[in-house]
Design a protein around this ligand. Structure first.
Ligand SMILES: [Zn+2]
Length: 80
């Protein structure tokens, strides 16, 4: 399988395994994970894309926070 990816914002070809990609990953992230989760070739492209999709992005963040909070509450309840 090719290790090239195309930036979701500008379409530029990039290589998450060999170069920077975004979202930025922790130092020890595996190549497999980078290839699976990288979406942008530059931080500028990621920010531009987030700005263009700010309504959907805000909804996504709120949704994830809601789910995380409920999971935490449930876990706390189970432990109590
Ligand atoms: Zn780009």
């Amino acid at each position: 399988m090719s290790t090239a990816r195309y930036c979701n914002n500008c379409g530029q070809k990039y290589y998450p395994k060999s170069y920077y990609s975004y979202p930025a990953f922790h130092y020890q992230t595996s190549d497999e994970e980078k290839l699976k989760y990288a979406r942008f070739h530059s931080l500028g492209c990621m920010n531009d894309w987030l700005n263009k999709n700010k309504q959907a992005f805000a909804r996504l963040v709120d949704e994830i926070e809601y789910i995380n909070n409920n999971n935490n509450n449930n876990n706390n309840r189970e432990r109590a």
